[in-house]
Design a protein around this ligand. Structure first.
Ligand SMILES: *Cc1c(COP(=O)(O)O)cnc(C)c1O
Length: 230
């Protein structure tokens, strides 16, 4: 059953990519497993999935503790709001933090990544619509922030992430996805390719195809794979 869901989502990723002449292999499927049991992760792994996303540090820690055998063969991205007092566990558990949104958090993640001898991949979360209910940097803050974060030795900035304001129609997200794409282009012009902003993590169950049409390199999908969350 679950493997069929994965097949179907991959097919939809592929055809969205084809519509805009992008190779489907350029788009990574991040399976969002918040609220799902370790058994569900194991089943997904059995379907060939290796990339997973979690929103809560505590939940991820207990889930990973029973999935130790899979850990070397899987990659885990943190996609929830990260409090500074959880930075240590985040740096220890995850391969990438997609929600970097302050210098204080960057400093903490850098310190703990150094302590465990790790180069931590990070994405900068951008509040692209200026939505007061969402975290992330304002687009205008990005240049100054990027300059500072590039100076942290144990963090590798690899791109941008966003959560657009909710809209019932997938098309409602398009302008925000396009804005994030354009923001990245602007940063690459300003800082050069060396600034490392190649990833755009955007798009979820209801709007991932639009996100791919607008340049997403990672789509974060939970519901369409595992059903509604309780
Ligand atoms: C829960 C979550 C997702 C997955 O959402 P679905 O609608 O279930 O696909 C993606 N990104 C973030 C940041 C989330 O918190």
């Amino acid at each position: 059953m679950l493997c069929l869901e994965f097949q179907e989502i991959k097919r939809r990723i592929q055809s969205a990519a084809q519509r805009v002449n992008r190779p489907g292999e350029d788009i990574k499927l991040l399976a969002v497993t918040k609220t799902r049991s370790p058994e569900v992760v194991r089943d997904a792994y059995g379907c060939g999935q290796y990339l997973f996303g979690e929103n809560y540090i505590q939940e991820a820690a207990s889930k990973l503790s029973v999935l130790e055998d899979l850990r070397p063969f899987t990659r885990w991205h943190f996609i929830g709001h990260l409090q500074r007092n959880k930075a240590r566990t985040a740096a220890e558990l995850f391969d990438r933090v997609e929600t970097l949104d302050s210098i204080k958090l960057a400093r903490a993640l850098d310190k703990y990544s150094r302590a465990c001898g790790k180069l931590l991949s990070v994405l900068i979360q951008v509040n692209i619509a200026g939505d007061p209910a969402k975290s992330g940097l304002a687009p205008g803050e990005l240049p100054g922030f990027l300059e500072k974060v590039m100076g942290f030795e144990n963090l590798r900035v690899e791109g941008l992430m966003t959560l657009p304001p909710w809209s019932s129609e997938a098309e409602g997200s398009r302008r925000w996805f396009r804005a994030l794409y354009e923001l990245r282009e602007k940063m690459v012009q300003e800082f050069g390719e060396g600034c490392g902003l190649k990833e755009l993590s955007m798009g979820m169950t209801h709007d991932f195809e639009v996100a791919i049409e607008e340049g997403a390199t990672t789509v974060r999908i939970g519901t369409a794979l595992f059903g509604p969350r309780k």
